[in-house]
Design a protein around this ligand. Structure first.
Ligand SMILES: [Zn+2]
Ligand SMILES: [Zn+2]
Length: 485
């Protein structure tokens, strides 16, 4: 088990390919897990160019015929490398010699429906059972992996580019500085990307003057706005308080929770620069693999000047000519009601910045009130991981185990009764702590009311023992949860 901790462009993929080659020489097969293979056509192409028919791509967008072909290559052994998202782990592969988990920090490895497994952890477990090596790779590894496994550090980029980070204090908006930077880029016939984080279900209150946000006093995570009850709420312990009218830090009344969407940003930029070719790059527009390939090709052929997108922009695509990356919405990520908010925000910024300036020098313009945090760690991810250890100790993984128990039912009373019953039983269990319980942040999904309990313990065995004692037919168990809402 080892972690390949390598900067973008430092040659992680070349190392994986060398391992695959060694496996082929030993007549063994490899699984290559990727977060969402249909989103990374460039990686698929690279593997196919190198390994030809020995590599099989496995993903949900295959046609029935492609699926049949892929499966027969797995069965008859012509497939030496099976590349795919988490479901690739379940293929019947003989003579398995290696599992590589690329972008191990990626949330899509965790299944958000039953069974709620994490493919990265399952890969590690399979490695132990079969006694084979598992290689986890990332430029921004999760703290959990970093703490648990030894790592090999690959520093510096092959592209050896110069990056200049510029910070602008402000909440999520297309400020004059951003507009003028985009204008310069268009005039110079250069390419720019503009990143906006996916709009989550929750809004957070940010002071427009000093950037202060409200954190739960018990959990040190951001509190989200619940309009219906005009309150701020912690998703962990369910503590809530009235929405403040003035900032407690600087007494400003300029409290904002407005968010900018990709479609709106595209519209505003198009209105401002009629001559610029601006395209939207997110799940609303890029609905098929072909549309994705086409958008990437158009951008790399220089037919698009400004690409405006969400997390999809940062997913390992190779843009040759980008010299300006504008990053908005970092403070909203940093203030999420989630103990991994800092890790998520910083790794996203690094991944987006890594997409720009692969050939020449580039500017990364970050709109945030938290320059101190980002500038301290943006090119020192190890330092961040060390700092993060302190914040997580006593409270969060990898030092503590969390478990979320969900109850959902069309009849809200039934769900609530089940939660109360289980919660009362769990109170009698030893070695576990009930962090909070009550209505979920998202109170209703597909016509069902949702309630939850959040547990914390030193060991997962303590949690498992308590849960099996207090079993409830409505309870849906989510061990090591990553979604809180
Ligand atoms: Zn303030
Ligand atoms: Zn709390």
């Amino acid at each position: 088990m080892s972690l390949l901790f390598g900067d973008t462009g430092s040659g992680k993929t070349e190392i994986y390919m060398k391992y695959f080659q060694e496996m082929i020489a030993q007549k063994k097969r490899s699984i290559f897990l990727m977060p969402e293979i249909s989103l990374t056509p460039q990686m698929s192409q690279r593997l196919q160019n190198h390994f030809g028919n020995s590599v099989v791509m496995w993903h949900s967008k295959l046609t029935p015929l492609q699926k049949k072909k892929a499966l027969s290559a797995v069965y008859d052994g012509t497939a030496k490398i099976i590349a795919g998202p988490r479901s690739a782990l379940f293929l019947p592969i003989k003579e398995l010699g290696l599992i590589v988990v690329d972008e191990e920090h990626d949330d899509s490895y965790k299944s958000s429906s039953r069974p709620r497994y994490n493919a990265r952890d399952l890969a590690i477990y399979m490695g132990k059972i079969y006694d084979i090596p598992v290689v986890l790779g990332s430029a921004t590894p999760s703290l959990t992996t970093y703490v648990k496994f030894p790592h090999i550090r690959l520093k510096g980029g092959y592209f050896n580019s110069q990056k200049e980070f510029i910070y602008e204090r402000g909440a999520e908006s297309l400020s004059p500085l951003i507009m003028s930077s985009l204008q310069k880029s268009v005039t110079a016939k250069e390419q720019a990307i503009l990143f906006l984080p996916t709009r989550a279900n929750f809004k957070y209150l940010i002071c427009g003057d000093c950037g202060h946000t409200h954190k739960c006093v018990f959990c040190s995570v951001g509190m989200s706005i619940h309009q219906k009850t005009r309150s701020l709420k912690c998703h962990y312990c369910n503590f809530s308080q009235a929405i403040p009218q003035v900032c407690i830090e600087c007494k400003s009344t300029l409290l904002t929770s407005s968010r900018l969407g990709t479609a709106e940003a595209v519209k505003n930029i198009r209105e401002e620069f009629a001559e610029a070719r601006v395209e939207q790059f997110d799940r609303d527009v890029i609905t098929t693999t072909n549309k994705l390939k086409k958008a990437l090709k158009n951008f790399n052929d220089g037919e698009i000047d400004i690409l405006v997108g969400t997390q999809m922009l940062s997913k390992g695509h190779d843009y040759h000519g980008v010299t300006l990356a504008v990053v908005l919405g970092m403070d909203n990520m940093l203030n999420m009601s989630d103990y991994r908010a800092r890790e998520k925000a910083l790794s996203t910024l690094i991944q987006v910045a890594g997409r720009s300036g692969r050939k020449e020098s580039a500017k990364v313009l970050v709109q945030s009130f938290n320059e101190a945090f980002f500038s301290a760690f943006v090119d020192k991810y190890e330092d961040f991981l060390e700092d993060e250890k302190e914040y997580r100790k006593e409270l969060y993984p990898p030092y503590k185990k969390l478990c979320r128990i969900l109850f959902s039912h069309k009849n809200g009373i039934k769900a609530q009764d089940a939660m109360n019953e289980m919660q009362e039983c769990l109170r009698t269990a030893s070695d576990i702590e009930i962090v909070g319980f009550g209505k979920c942040g998202i109170e209703r999904v597909s016509d069902k009311y949702r309630f939850e309990i959040l547990l914390r313990a030193d060991k997962s065995t303590d949690i498992i023992r308590a849960i099996s004692t207090c079993r409830n037919s409505l309870a849906e168990i989510d061990m090591d949860p990553i979604e809180f809402g």
